[in-house]
Design a protein around this ligand. Structure first.
Ligand code: DC
Length: 205
């Protein structure tokens, strides 16, 4: 059976960066589950009904160019509040998690719903100010026409919607280790995550 690492957290908390680095370190496969919702969001913006967009999602939809923009993130967050949209994406995520070589999944409900039995669960977070600045630099660096205030407002609105929805809200699993990256470098955060995972792997040997 594969070893699954579940990493959840709010937008721009650093969970994506940590997940990629952890997957590379252990040779695990990595799934950014936010991309699934973003691909659904983009299809919705293109006129497809949300549940249909999720039920007929294809692998090539995950390669679309515009998935990392703020409007797509908002559309993803709105579609993600619809239970049938979430239900359509469960099997794919669980199959990915069971890969024999190990898997890291990051998102909002991995430790609580998708992989509730995962041996390692991390909840990555950071202050609003730090998250806003990180996402501002990321989007401005790609040439998007954004302001600091606009980016922060967008993150807060999305986090509120993601946390307050009835189905699979953004919340730390009871058995998740909370990693606040506000004052950490990427290297420190990754080292901490690697240490936690190594500890759990050692216990299971
Ligand atoms: O991780 P991200 O910012 O790319 O995710 C975009 C949106 O998708 C996020 O605002 C909420 C939704 N999402 C979700 O509801 N559940 C997940 N497992 C991943 C993302």
């Amino acid at each position: 059976m594969g070893f699954t690492v579940a990493i959840d957290g709010p937008a721009a908390s650093g969970k994506g960066t940590i997940s990629k680095a952890v997957a590379a370190h252990f040779g695990f496969a990595h799934l950014d589950t936010g991309l699934l919702y973003r691909a659904v969001g983009l299809r919705v913006l293109n006129g497809v009904e949300p549940v249909e967009a999720a039920q007929t999602l294809r692998a090539e939809d995950l390669d679309a160019d515009d998935l990392r923009t703020a409007p797509v993130a908002q559309a993803a967050s709105k579609a993600a509040a619809i239970p049938d949209v979430r239900a359509a994406l469960v099997d794919f995520q669980r199959a990915f998690a069971m890969r024999s070589g190990g898997a890291v999944l990051d998102g909002r409900d991995i430790g609580t719903v998708i992989c509730a039995d995962a041996p390692v669960k991390l909840f990555v977070t950071a202050s609003d100010a730090v998250r806003g600045e990180r996402r501002y630099l990321e989007l401005a660096g790609k040439g998007e026409d954004v302001t600091r205030d606009g980016v922060l407002a967008d993150l807060r609105q999305r986090d509120a919607r993601d946390s307050e929805r009835a189905t699979a809200p953004l919340v730390a699993a009871k058995d998740a280790l909370v990693l606040d990256t506000s004052e950490m470098s990427i290297e420190e955060a990754v080292a901490k995550a690697v240490a936690v995972i190594e500890g759990r792997m050692g216990e299971r040997d």
